[in-house]
Design a protein around this ligand. Structure first.
Ligand code: ADP
Ligand code: MG
Length: 424
């Protein structure tokens, strides 16, 4: 509309206003590529600096032990300098652009005024018309430059979008396709010719795994370090999709069951699992809003940690996690085990979950867990723990695995004496 009125007032002056806007658009277009590049570099450098800083915080103790603080600080300072340097460069570019565009707008306004004044002198335009024209021209150019500015900002946002795309466009975990009654699923697992490698062209870590685990059975997985025990555990947990073959739970492929349904059946302690910042009771109940104190204590007893928690000044309210008071790694493992049990799972999956325990506590846990009515799969080193399993699966890389039946497992003895159910 302003454009129409301007044309009606004076086509020649309108041409000047349009030329100014076009010059501004050209400037924006020219400055877009370098600004975008500088912004992209800034984002990457800032992310690097950030992760370096957080990593330093996390590994502060080993860092001090190895006397690397000074070198580490220097490296961080260098990263910080890079970030600031890039920030200054972006701001300089911005400043250059703002100055140039101010020059264009100012110059155009001056030109408009002199040309308009000349037309007034020649009596082709009245003073009132010139004033009205310049006000309309102002509205016109500010609207158009705003539009261009927003369009450029929108494109710049794409930069952040690209960085998020990796996460956002990742395929969602498949939802349950089958309507299932969790209560009815039996915790028996079948591995159908499972093979796994981390990428195409890399060696097979697991191959030809074809066996079944009955409901209520207790299985130990053994093998030398690096043979793929944790990998197999992650496949059983549904965290890694097998490269070949399929895992079935009570005859239903995990894929079809859906990870969120499947994981309600499982209690797990994975290797290098960690506690979250919060109290011990929050950690055991996994921050459930209405947790059951009785069940929590029963689980802590099974995990042989109840007395130790009670002897802490704040008991179950003691704060743990990265920023809280530190539990020993053995205590941490037992709290993690209590957390796995609190879910009242049908399947207990443990990956070296007792590796930091002394033999006595491990024995107490083994005996407390043995009579529980659930399927147990654990990666274990100690001979005593392995001996409690009914069957032992020894991984053998590409050759598959060997399965041994333990002749007189402690668990079956205990189960015969007095079957118990999960603590409630
Ligand atoms: P274990 O638990 O028996 O010690 P893992 O299952 O952790 O063994 O590892 C088995 C093999 O897979 C090792 O050679 C390890 O280097 C490799 N590996 C583990 N995780 C990854 C990964 N995320 N990417 C590529 N290779 C991996
Ligand atoms: Mg492992």
């Amino acid at each position: 509309m302003s454009f129409g009125i301007m044309l009606a007032y004076s086509p020649s002056l309108t041409l000047i206003a349009v030329a100014a806007v076009a010059a501004y658009a050209a400037l924006r277009w020219l400055s877009y590529a370098p600004l975008r590049e500088a912004n992209a570099e800034y984002l990457v450098l800032a992310a690097k600096e950030n992760s370096h800083f957080l990593e330093t915080l996390r590994t502060i103790v080993p860092m001090k032990l190895s006397g690397q603080q000074a070198a580490r600080r220097v490296r961080w300072q260098n990263l910080m300098v890079d970030v600031i340097d890039r920030d200054v460069r972006t701001q300089k570019l911005d400043l250059l652009f703002t100055t140039a565009s101010a020059l264009i707008t100012g110059g155009a306004a001056l030109w408009l005024l002199t040309q308009g004044a000349a037309q007034v002198m020649e009596n082709t335009l009245s003073v009132g018309m010139l004033m009205a024209f310049s006000s309309y021209a102002g509205t016109f150019s500010s609207r158009v430059t705003n539009l261009i500015g927003h369009a450029v900002e929108l494109k710049m946002l794409g930069l952040h979008g690209e960085r998020l795309a990796d996460i956002a466009l990742e395929e969602a975990e498949p939802l349950a396709e089958v309507e299932t009654d969790l209560q009815r699923i039996r915790p028996c697992i079948a591995l159908r010719n499972i093979g796994f490698r981390y990428a195409e062209g890399e060696p097979w870590i697991l191959r030809h795994l074809d066996f079944e685990i009955a409901a209520g059975e207790s299985i130990a997985i053994v093998g030398p370090s690096g043979c793929g025990k944790s990998t197999l555990i992650k496949i059983l947990l549904g965290l890694l999709p097998p490269t070949e073959g399929e895992v079935l739970i009570d005859g239903i492929p995990i894929r079809r069951l859906g990870l969120s349904v499947y994981q309600q059946l499982i209690g797990a302690v994975i290797q290098d699992d960690s506690l979250l910042a919060g109290s011990i009771s929050e950690n055991i109940s996994f921050f459930a809003p209405d947790f059951d104190q009785g069940r929590m204590e029963a689980c802590a007893r099974t995990a042989a940690i109840h007395e130790e928690i009670l002897s802490m000044p704040m008991g179950y309210q003691s704060i743990v996690g990265e920023m809280g008071s530190s539990l020993s790694s053995g205590q941490k493992q037992r709290v993690l085990l209590a957390r796995a049990l609190y879910k009242q799972p049908k399947l207990l999956i443990l990956d070296e979950a007792t590796s930091h325990l002394d033999a006595l506590n491990e024995q107490r846990i083994v005996q407390a867990i043995a009579p529980l009515n659930l399927t147990k799969i654990q990666v274990a080193h100690r001979a005593e723990t392995v001996a409690c399993a009914q069957r032992v699966i020894a991984l053998n890389g590409e050759l598959g695995c060997e399965i041994f039946v333990v002749s007189n497992p402690m668990s079956s003895r205990a189960a015969l004496e007095e079957p118990q159910s999960m603590p409630t």
